[in-house]
Design a protein around this ligand. Structure first.
Ligand SMILES: [Zn+2]
Length: 485
């Protein structure tokens, strides 16, 4: 793609309101995960004839929280709309959603989120926020709609409350899209509306067009990283079509995560295909100013303010404060809880950002699981051992790896001999041995200080990585100077 090709990206982010006890229009539990298929259902969410929906009032409060946090304008009348389509994941053949037009309104319109990183600071406008119901889940037993002889359908998820947050096409690169989703999810997490670590809690549809081409929608992408990858792929695909003189068709595609490509799924429906009209089973609900004020008074500290506070209160760099807050609220909570208990903010931030996140990513576990092992207590033990020089900065990495992968307490590791070698006499003896075994390297090191690192390496090898590298370097340097005369 040439650098000047203009890319326009708009997102529709679907977020389950996981804080609710029950589904959006019935009293079935909102938590459907891990249950036998079709056991978390009732006549309403199965769409049986005559069953009538009743709105979950808590869902409205949660949606209002989000609207206020995103600076959106709340509509004073809540109207639900039927969005018609024939597909087995919705037994009624329509989804209860909200629409802007045809006598309907979404719960909120307008608003914005500011996205930032080192080189970027921009406003992304929000077009609207809808409340709607989640469809059921479809499974193709042999993996694909084309090859599977039959389809399995599970309605446990059907009717779970979703928020659909739609942006204007203000995003100009896949990276901006990733940063936007991370920021949005962090806001929702701080509001307590959703738990993004739950599989399927956040799903994204991305609209993308490049200059001179039609808009293509990529459906149902599961994570900010995958959104970035899918969009990168799509820009390359569309650019190649335009370059070869073809034209990009308006269509819906889906992201094949395994293959890392997007695949055409159908021609895009037009708005009028959905035959929207206000749901006659759900009378409009007035949203009073009192309710809005009351919800506003419950809003917690949001990520933007929290980042600023971590910088001013604990002296964190912008980068560290940003990662700690945006990557996960749990990480920011763990950071603040450990600092309250044992101080040393920058050491703790570095333990969490450089070590915990590394092992979480490498082992494919959630941050929540990682923090169950690397608890506040254990973090503070590590900080204390570092201060008492029982641990070197190198060895602490090994400790954290063992804590996270094997759930071992730092005290037990110290007991098993995972101790930093600060014993000067012992270390000097090891250095003596290394000098005897490597006379040529010693001669090199006398002439060229850079060659000292080889000797440090030999000492680390003999001590199984337990020696403090800085101290070892200093001792070797001293020993070399003694030898000069
Ligand atoms: Zn139900």
């Amino acid at each position: 793609m040439s650098k000047n090709t203009r890319v326009k990206i708009g997102l529709e982010v679907h977020v389950q309101i996981t804080s609710l006890r029950t589904k959006l229009f019935c009293s079935c539990p909102s938590n459907y995960r891990g249950k036998p298929p079709n056991s978390n259902v009732c006549p309403v969410c199965l769409g049986l004839p005559g069953a009538l929906p009743v709105v979950n009032r808590e869902a409205i409060r949660e949606a209002l929280k989000v609207a206020l946090a995103l600076n959106s304008k709340i509509n004073k009348l809540l109207i639900f709309t039927r969005k018609h389509y024939f597909y087995p994941d919705l037994p009624k053949n329509y989804q209860i959603s909200q629409y802007d037009g045809m006598g309907s309104l979404p719960i909120a319109k307008g608003g914005f989120i500011r996205i930032e990183n080192d080189s970027l600071s921009k406003i992304v406008r929000i077009r609207r926020i809808n409340i709607e119901e989640d469809p059921g889940r479809i499974t193709y037993p042999t993996g694909s709609i084309v090859t599977s002889p039959y389809t399995l359908i599970d309605y446990n998820r059907s009717g779970v409350a979703l928020l659909e947050i739609v942006t204007e096409p203000d995003l100009e690169s896949p990276k901006e899209a990733r940063i936007f989703i991370s920021k949005l999810v962090s806001i929702l997490e701080h509001l307590g509306v959703t738990n993004p670590e739950l599989e399927g809690a956040v799903r994204v549809d991305a609209n993308i067009s490049i200059e001179g081409g039609e808009r293509v929608e990529i459906k149902n992408i599961g994570s900010p990283k995958d959104v970035e990858k899918a969009l990168q792929y799509e820009i390359a695909r569309q650019s190649a079509i335009v370059k070869s003189g073809g034209s990009v068709n308006r269509e819906t595609r889906h992201w094949d995560k395994g293959k890392g490509i997007t695949v055409s799924s159908r021609a895009k429906e037009l708005e009028e295909d959905y035959r929207y009209f206000p749901d006659p089973d759900l009378p409009p609900i007035p949203i009073s100013s009192d309710l809005i004020d009351e919800v506003r008074s419950t809003l917690p500290e949001l990520p933007g303010d929290r980042i600023k506070r971590l910088m001013s209160e604990y002296g964190l760099s912008k980068y560290l404060a940003h990662v700690v807050v945006i990557r996960s609220k749990l990480l920011a909570d763990a950071f603040e809880s450990a600092v309250r208990e044992c101080g040393n903010a920058s050491t703790i931030a570095s333990i969490l950002v450089n070590e915990l996140l590394r092992w979480v990513d490498e082992c494919g576990i959630t941050i929540e699981e990682g923090l169950k092992r690397l608890t506040t207590k254990r973090i503070c033990k590590l900080v204390r051992y570092l201060k008492e020089k029982k641990l070197s900065s190198k060895l602490i990495k090994e400790y954290i790896k063992k804590i996270i992968t094997e759930d071992i307490d730092p005290d037990d590791l110290i007991g098993k001999g995972y101790v930093s070698i600060m014993d000067l006499e012992y270390l000097s003896n090891v250095i003596e041995e290394v000098f005897k075994e490597n006379p040529k390297a010693v001669e090199d090191a006398k002439k060229n200080p850079k060659a000292i690192n080889y000797l440090v390496g030999q000492v680390m090898k003999k001590t199984m990585g337990k020696a403090d590298p800085q101290l070892t370097y200093e001792l070797i340097n001293k020993r070399l100077k003694e030898n000069v005369c």
